[in-house]
Write a protein of this length. Structure first.
Length: 571
């Protein structure tokens, strides 16, 4: 959640009003011992700690107390606070904060200043030694442990207060971070004393005895953490694949993929591009957590980052804008820094490209490319299955000629609607059944292909007229059927009459297929229509169709055709 400009200004104002004054007061209250050269080993070690933060199970551990404790003991509070401030600045840049996140510098500066000041005041007021290299007493050891725990607890309290004020989120006090804070305090306390004794007895050169092992441990833990991350990603990717496989619609597969990729990776933007007619088109967009379709600039092969991935079939990864700004072409989201683009392959051919971006610099790692490759493989298979399912379902439910629903589908649909009627979800059902008058003469005169053109055009007219108010199907041959849920008999009759007039008043233009000339001819047709409704005493779905059929033949066909008849009206 982005912090408001007003709160950012408050943070900077608090820092300007309190921190400079605080340093001046601390300097006068407790002047530092030693010179800047004497402080350098401590500063050097603090910078190492800041540059190699240890991450365990997603929690960043900043072992600053390892050096702040001996610094306080030898050189006093002012030096301890000053070096912590410098190390904090280095840590912020190490974490690659964005320009809009610069408020984190004064925020962390103020927090660490407050933590150092409060912990030291309690320690000193209880009789603790500060700024001395004398032998430590038993009381000092106990008070140093108290100092360490106050340092850790104050850090957690301030974090809770700041998070709640900034984002309105109530953070649990005794959570994972608190446990790690306590564990690291117990670990750092004896190590901090060891650092103090080494620096006191051996001198500045002992910094290498401390720094080198610390760096090695930090790197090993980083490798371990990366391995754990890879395992977590692979496990999530497997679950990801199972969820995609359960989606049987293409649009559903795409939406699930975009939603899940945004939870699996810390991205701000994601774009799915399809290879269509020798160019890349955007099919799905994820920006600021919202999934949508957006008409963005199309790309050719080798054009821009995605075009390059399409052409080469290889993934690319960029850490900063400087790396990709000479390559990019077309649309790029504002503020993007890190970029990861991966080809979507099917049968060894690039069928699409996934483009991911984040505002954070150097966000993506090489192992994430492997994970995203796996996810794209799952996507490719899921899309293929969904397209096959939709094609098979469409072929089983649709008339191949008119593309309307066929009778098999309509029969199931009508049964479902009757069940809704029985359960009270529908008030009534009306049905329109129509038949083309003298259709056989059209086939005999112009040919069956010309007759098919009439059926296709009539199907399209019915689809447009009925719209979302009902469902149109081809009943068989030259007969069509329309179901109108929650529409009464009078309204159904009016719609049937409009259909009859619309068909008879506008001729059909067909290509004559009985000879080689293929001449376009104008043909006028009429339809006979029967209407029935569940208010007619209908007991089941077949009766509703039978009543409409009876009305069509007895009330329309037998009485001259080109007319609409209701079942009740002809009884």
């Amino acid at each position: 959640m982005e912090l408001s400009a007003a709160k950012k200004r408050v943070i900077w104002l608090i820092w300007l009003v309190t921190i400079p004054v605080g340093f001046v007061v601390t300097f006068q209250w407790m002047p530092p011992s030693g010179s800047f050269v004497d402080w350098l080993p401590y500063l050097f070690m603090m910078c190492i700690i800041a540059f190699f933060p240890i991450v365990v199970n997603g929690t960043t551990i900043f072992f600053i107390q390892l050096i702040s404790l001996p610094t306080l003991l030898v050189h006093g509070l002012f030096v301890e606070m000053l070096l912590v401030q410098l190390a904090t600045i280095l840590l912020m840049f190490r974490l690659r904060i964005r320009p809009e996140e610069l408020y984190r510098l004064p925020l962390n500066s103020a927090m660490f200043f407050s933590i150092s000041l409060l912990s030291a005041v309690v320690y000193i007021s209880l009789g603790g030694q500060v700024g001395t290299e004398e032998r430590l007493t038993t009381l000092t050891y106990i008070l140093l442990l108290v100092y360490m725990f106050i340092y850790a607890i104050t850090n957690q309290v301030l974090l809770n207060i700041v998070v709640r004020w900034m984002h309105g989120v109530k953070r649990p006090f005794v959570g994972k971070d608190f446990v790690w804070e306590m564990v690291s305090t117990l670990l750092v306390y004896p190590l901090g004393l060891v650092v103090y004794f080494l620096l006191s007895e051996v001198g500045p050169w002992s910094i290498f005895l401390i720094g080198v092992p610390f760096i090695c441990v930090a790197l090993l833990l980083k490798m371990y953490n990366n391995t754990e991350n890879i395992n977590d990603y692979l496990q999530n990717a497997a679950e990801f694949g199972h969820e995609l496989a359960q989606s049987l619609k293409v649009t559903e597969v795409l939406d699930v993929f975009m939603q899940k990729i945004s939870t699996l990776l810390p991205i701000d933007f994601a774009y799915l591009l399809d290879v269509n007619d020798r160019e890349l088109t955007v099919s799905r967009v994820l920006e600021e957590g919202d999934i949508s379709s957006k008409d963005l600039q199309r790309l050719q092969r080798h054009e821009g980052i995605s075009g390059m991935v399409w052409a080469t079939g290889k993934s690319v990864i960029y850490g900063t804008k400087v790396e990709w700004e000479g390559v990019v072409k077309g649309y790029m989201p504002a503020g993007a820094e890190s970029v990861l683009s991966v080809p979507i392959l099917r049968s060894g051919e690039v069928k699409g490209v996934l483009f991911l971006a984040s505002r954070k610099k150097r966000l993506f790692h090489k192992y994430q490319v492997m994970v995203v490759d796996i996810l794209c493989s799952y996507l490719s298979v899921a899309l293929e299955n969904a397209r096959h399912y939709e094609k098979t379902k469409n072929e089983s439910e649709r008339c191949a000629l008119t593309k309307l629903y066929n009778y098999r589908y309509f029969e199931r649909y009508l049964t479902d609607e009757f069940q809704k009627l029985d359960e009270g979800e529908r008030k009534q059902l009306s049905l329109i059944l129509l038949d083309i008058d003298y259709f056989k003469s059209i086939n005999d005169t112009y040919g069956h292909q010309s007759g098919n053109e009439v059926l296709i055009e009539l199907a399209e007219r019915l689809r447009r007229m009925v719209g979302s108010r009902g469902t149109v199907a081809r009943y068989g041959g030259e007969e069509f059927i329309v179901l109108l849920p929650d529409i009464g008999k009078e309204q159904a009759h009016e719609m049937a009459e409009r259909i009859r007039q619309f068909v008879s008043a506008r001729p059909f233009y067909i290509r004559q297929s009985m000879n080689e000339s293929g001449k376009i001819v104008k043909v006028s047709i009429t339809v006979s229509i029967g209407v029935s409704c569940t208010t007619d005493g209908v007991d089941d779905s077949l009766s509703l169709i039978r009543y409409a059929d009876y009305a069509m033949y007895m009330g329309a066909k037998q009485k001259g055709r080109n007319r609409v008849a209701d079942y009740q009206a002809i009884l």
